[in-house]
Design a protein around this ligand. Structure first.
Ligand SMILES: NC(=O)c1ccc[n+]([C@@H]2O[C@H](COP(=O)([O-])OP(=O)(O)OC[C@H]3O[C@@H](n4cnc5c(N)ncnc54)[C@H](O)[C@@H]3O)[C@@H](O)[C@H]2O)c1
Length: 349
């Protein structure tokens, strides 16, 4: 019986094509029993033959792979961003990867823009609803392009969608030794969706008497993330608020280059990706920070049960940051390849 895990690798566009192959080398160095298959989905392929996601692609991923590692999608030659929508949002929505998990951990005090921040001050996780909300693409334009134009964008919140992501957050807290789950919304003005989130949160919390439920309006949460980040443990919120607060969170941990994420549906093929985009201005220059991708790879291993290898990779990234073996965005002087090679060498030791 084979124990290896099959990983679909989609580097995508821009710096995705640099950081992902380097992250794969680090994964190989970890000794994890992985088999990689590379897919060229992205801007170049779309411009070549019009393919965004091939027919049957999502079914194939779910059937033939244990996990997916994605770089970034987005290219200035495709202003509509249609390929990114089809591929990236396609994976999240079509494969029903409903929990976007964003660990926010400071690896070195020098990386934090907050005055006097200590290492332990920034160590929380955001669980963002990933399949509904304002990102469901419901709405339209009426009298388009005229002075009377009306645009609507609907915020979709289903009972099922809200409940499962809240339950995921409580399960995550329990599995990771956390004591508190904070639900964040804007229920003072978005009353209908807010009411659903509030009611479901209270109901689900009753099943977890070892975890304290908390609530904060999302504007207050932004303030808290900067003023008192050490008070935060696990945050659960909707798609739009999660998108915004996780960028603020990335700044607390040293910038977009450091941030990792998983798009998870427990028991199914899940997808892991750095938080950053394709960064066209620095693409192809060996400048991009590979750590977000490497840490996303470590998250993937942990999710696949390869926790020892995941821990080895995380420890090597921590060493790299502390020894300034990093790219320039986080204070070092290495290139993408050199930084990743240093980490791979440390992992392989
Ligand atoms: N998940 C994704 O695939 C994703 C996410 C965000 C943006 N995008 C797409 O990426 C393109 C560029 O978007 P953007 O500029 O708003 O966001 P971006 O994340 O690409 O870049 C924002 C800033 O962060 C810097 N940066 C990002 N990643 C870095 C890294 N690894 N190392 C060093 N610096 C890094 C960039 O140079 C830039 O200054 C757009 O087409 C956008 O749609 C894709």
């Amino acid at each position: 019986m084979t124990t290896n895990k099959r990983i679909a690798v989609v580097p995508g566009d821009g710096i995705g094509k640099e950081v992902i192959p380097n992250a794969v080398e680090v994964l190989r160095a970890s000794g994890a029993d992985l088999e990689f298959a590379h897919f060229d989905w992205g801007a170049d392929r779309y411009l070549l033959d019009g393919t965004t996601m091939p027919a049957g692609g999502f079914d194939m991923l779910a059937r033939d792979f244990d996990a997916i590692l994605v770089g970034a999608l987005g290219d200035p030659r495709i202003p509509s961003n249609i390929h990114a929508r089809d591929i990236l949002l396609g994976m999240r929505f079509q494969m029903d990867l409903y929990a976007n998990v964003r660990p926010v951990r400071l690896l070195d005090e020098s990386l934090c823009p907050l005055k006097n921040a200590r290492l332990d001050d920034i160590n929380f996780t955001v669980i963002r609803e990933n399949t509904e909300g304002l990102y469901a693409g419901m709405g339209g334009n009426f009298k388009f392009g005229t002075p009377d134009e009306i645009a609507t964008q609907e915020d979709i919140n289903t009972r099922k969608g809200v409940e499962r992501v809240i339950r995921f957050a409580f399960d995550y807290a329990r599995a990771n030794g956390r004591r508190e789950v904070l639900m964040s919304d804007k229920s003072n003005v978005m009353a209908y969706a807010g009411s659903l989130w509030q009611r479901v949160f209270k109901e689900v919390a009753r099943d977890y008497d070892d975890i304290t439920p908390q609530h904060m309006l999302v504007d207050a949460l932004c303030l808290q993330m900067v003023r008192e980040p050490q008070s935060l443990e696990v945050i659960v919120t909707n798609n739009m608020f999660g998108d915004i607060v996780t960028d603020l969170a990335a700044a607390l941990q040293g910038g977009l280059g450091m941030a990792a994420s998983g798009n998870i549906h427990p028991g199914r093929t899940s997808m892991f990706e750095p938080v950053h985009g394709s960064a066209p201005p620095i693409a192809g220059k060996n400048m991009a920070n590979p750590m977000g991708s490497i840490l996303s790879g470590a998250m993937m291993l942990a999710e696949l049960g390869m926790t020892a290898q995941a821990a080895k990779i995380e420890a090597a990234v921590v060493d790299a940051v502390r020894e300034k073996k990093t790219t320039i965005d986080v204070g070092g002087s290495m290139g993408t390849r050199e930084c990743a090679a240093w980490i791979a060498e440390r992992v392989a030791r």
